[in-house]
Design a protein around this ligand. Structure first.
Ligand SMILES: [Zn+2]
Length: 614
């Protein structure tokens, strides 16, 4: 969804970064703003070095140097996409989202309203399941099960794990008491009508440990329930509803995105219990597929956070097949998947309980490329017979043709050829010959929308959203200009000094000059908007850290030295500009000598001299 700059600004203006960050770390007022311990999981600290400016709506950590605005915080900490962050903040502030399609307004409104109601029902159910767990005695089987799994209260709370009692209509009664219409409860797939001529409804989840499945905005949209005692099925998942599309949600991300981001790696597991167990064991950069195959949407979701993926599926045949199916999906998402199969048919929980989290980390560090590990599996009985070669070609083709990076495609092809003991040219031709050219074929398949993503994922481009692609490219800007911009955006006094200096014409870098021109426009319209400038710009530049230049300086950096630094920077920018002008004239002079040009050069040199004397 595309948002207008006005809408983004409206959302930002009605949200407060301090409220959001205060949920994760305690912020205390200090001389220049608010300080707290860094909330990011890769930065454990005893003394607070995480600063938040309420007026500027930006954060900056003096320890790990993370910085940004309210949108980048939600993106990096909660794993939301930019549009999701907008939607989350708009909902929070009670701002109506802009209409997606103007054509079918009434139907669209009804759908939207229905989704809101469904989200509300799930929220109530989540609360109910949580309360039921609190109520049961410590020797209750569900509490014993939790103890046996070794789940701490912290982890139970983090995942909002609850309990559905064995009652036939506990949840139905509760929701009825909250005046929720029965058709809505049914649509949320929390209850079913009784059959066999009986009237009334019954709970779908009974006597199960309940895992709410949260969307990226942190709202429960579905549930997974694990049976406590004997019974079938062991795991029961909500079917899809208008608010829950399995192929678009990965379980656990609301809690684990911040770890995936900071560790730059995501471990994919099959079920929520796998994920929660790993989390309990201290391995927190994981996400779970909830028993379905990975989809191209999952691939995109993951790529937004990291390119380093480890697929950790069970050693049984179902797990291995799931890993196999995920290979072309992940390769076409242009990430780097590795594959790890646990020994002796163990699942991740068994493994960390038996061997410990460190042993699992060791295994993951050594995990082979997923392509190689699957190729190995395909080649278990390989003896080089002609029929085996043909079969392997058939297996390799759909995998290799979706690799977007032709270098990687070539390397995989060579690896496969080596293992098959065939010349790579032969393999290339064997894959080519059957269906025309490999690359062309792949493109056609990607374009083909009717082909469903079983093993031929459609690698459509991510829809363009504002402002996921930076508008101002600061890469390569000269240092004095970067410093100038950082200083000028730091305070109003500096900005006033900049306006008086009239230096914009001397800026050589297009993005720096554009940013400062924009800032001047905004400031001239309304000087009170100055404080919001940095926060606004964070989303639009490729290197947001440069907007915070000089904030690293220690407390002793006083106003006087700052003013001096600013003067010095103005001088350096002017001097560089004059130097460039002189250079250009000197070049021109060579091809077209004239007294006039020589005079100009001398003027410039005089200006430079007097500039540097002051
Ligand atoms: Zn930090």
């Amino acid at each position: 969804m595309k948002f207008s700059p006005e809408f983004i600004e409206k959302v930002r203006d009605s949200s407060n970064l301090v409220d959001i960050i205060s949920q994760y770390t305690q912020l205390k007022p200090t001389g220049s703003g608010l300080m707290g311990r860094c909330p990011f999981p890769d930065h454990q600290e005893k003394t607070p070095s995480f600063s938040v400016s309420e007026t500027k709506q930006v954060y900056h950590c003096f320890g790990c140097h993370k910085k940004g605005n309210i949108f980048t915080f939600l993106q990096n900490y909660q794993g939301m996409s930019f549009p999701e962050a907008i939607e989350f903040l708009a909902n929070r502030a009670g701002i109506a989202m802009p209409e997606k399609n103007s054509g079918n307004d009434e139907q669209f409104d009804r759908q939207k309203e229905r989704k809101k109601l469904l989200a509300r029902v799930n929220q109530l159910a989540n609360y109910y399941f949580g309360e039921q767990l609190k109520r049961v005695a410590n020797d209750h089987p569900v509490k014993k099960y939790i103890a046996k799994r070794g789940l701490s209260q912290e982890v139970m709370d983090a995942f909002q794990i609850g309990y559905a009692t064995p009652d036939w209509d506990g949840l139905v009664k509760y929701l009825e008491s909250k005046k929720v219409p029965m058709d809505l409860i049914e649509e949320a797939r929390l209850a079913k009508a009784r059959s066999g001529g009986k009237t009334g409804y019954f709970d779908i989840f009974r006597d199960r440990l309940m895992f709410p499945i949260l969307n990226p905005m942190g709202e429960p949209v579905a549930f997974g329930g694990r049976i406590i005692e004997q019974g079938e099925p062991k795991y029961l998942n909500s079917p899809e509803t208008p608010v829950f599309v399995k192929g678009k949600i990965l379980y656990g991300l609301a809690q684990t995105a911040r770890y995936i981001r900071t560790e730059d790696q995501a471990i994919i597991v099959e079920g929520y219990m796998d994920l929660v167990s790993l989390y309990q064991a201290g391995i927190r950069n994981a996400a779970a597929t909830m028993g379905t195959a990975l989809t191209p949407d999952h691939g995109k979701l993951l790529k937004r956070m990291t390119k380093n993926i480890v697929v950790l599926f069970d050693g049984d045949s179902a797990g291995q097949e799931a890993a196999e199916r995920s290979l072309p999906i992940l390769l076409s998402a242009d990430v780097h998947p590795k594959g790890l199969t646990l020994p002796e048919g163990m699942d991740p929980d068994d493994f960390v309980k038996t061997h410990g989290a460190d042993a699992l980390r060791d295994l993951m560090a050594k995990a082979p490329d997923l392509f190689v590990s699957i190729l190995q599996r395909w080649m278990e009985d390989y003896r080089g017979e002609a029929s085996q070669k043909v079969k392997l070609c058939d297996q390799l083709k759909p995998v290799l043709e979706v690799v977007p990076d032709s270098r990687l495609q070539d390397l995989y092809l060579q690896e496969a050829a080596r293992r098959m003991s065939v010349p790579s040219n032969w393999l290339k031709e064997a894959l080519f010959k059957t269906n025309g050219k490999l690359a062309v074929e792949a493109q056609n398949i990607r374009r083909e929308t009717s082909v469903k993503p079983m093993n031929v994922p459609t690698a459509t481009a991510e829809p363009k959203t504002v402002p996921n692609t930076p508008r101002f490219i600061l890469k390569g800007a000269p240092k004095p200009e970067i410093l100038l911009m950082g200083l000028v955006l730091k305070s109003r006094a500096n900005f006033e000094a900049f306006l008086k200096e009239n230096i914009t014409e001397s800026l050589s870098h297009a993005a720096v000059s554009e940013i400062l021109k924009k800032a001047t426009d905004v400031y001239r319209q309304d000087p009170n908007k100055f404080d919001k400038l940095t926060s606004l710009l964070v989303s639009f530049v490729d290197h947001p850290e440069v907007l915070f230049v000089n904030e690293n300086a220690n407390e002793s950096f006083d106003e006087d030295s700052e003013r001096k630094l600013l003067r010095d920077v103005f001088k350096r920018v002017r001097d560089n500009s004059l130097k460039e002008q002189a250079k250009k004239l000197a070049r021109d002079l060579k091809s077209d000598p004239s007294a006039d040009k020589l005079e100009q050069i001398m003027n410039i040199q005089r200006n430079r001299h007097s500039l540097n004397k002051n």
